[in-house]
Design a protein around this ligand. Structure first.
Ligand code: RB5
Length: 146
């Protein structure tokens, strides 16, 4: 199950991503927003992130205007590693090296074609483990700092 969420700025791109997931036969749960009215991206990013952190969803895809604010919100939830990606190389490497469990896309930054390619790479690239697992562990240890 894939969690998806956006604010108003990301709504149309999120719909394109949902259609892509439908075409791939992949199940997803949409944590909002559902209308074009202006809204606050942390609410929706955090809702999807909680579903990934709890194990209800395996991965998450977020969209806002830049892909930055909604990623910042998601990364406040324990267990989340959300990378803002605007290119294919970053999408591949954040899976291979960071074991990112969420990505965030900027609907005002990239077009739909590139966004769907980034989603495809994010969903199909494995984590390399090894020395990268140690580094990801060090990142996650930071969550325990008071
Ligand atoms: C909304 O105007 C915009 O600030 C939001 O979509 C996002 O880009 C924030 O990071």
């Amino acid at each position: 199950m894939i969690a998806i969420a956006s604010d108003h700025a990301g709504l149309e791109l999120k719909k394109e991503i949902a259609a892509y997931l439908d075409g791939q036969g992949l199940e997803y749960k949409d944590f909002g927003t559902y209308t074009p009215e202006s809204c606050d991206y942390p609410i929706y990013g955090a809702a999807a992130a909680r579903a990934v952190a709890s194990g209800e969803c395996d991965r998450g895809i977020l969209v806002c205007g830049t892909g930055i604010g909604i990623a910042l919100a998601a990364n406040k939830i324990k267990g989340i590693r959300c990378a803002t990606c605007g290119d294919c190389f970053s999408a591949e490497m954040t899976r291979r090296h960071n074991d990112a469990n969420m990505i965030a896309l900027g609907a005002r930054v990239i077009g739909g074609g590139l966004a769907l390619k980034i989603v495809e790479i994010f969903l199909n690239t494995p984590f390399e483990g090894g020395r990268h697992a140690r580094r990801v562990g060090l990142i996650m240890d930071l969550e325990n700092e008071s």
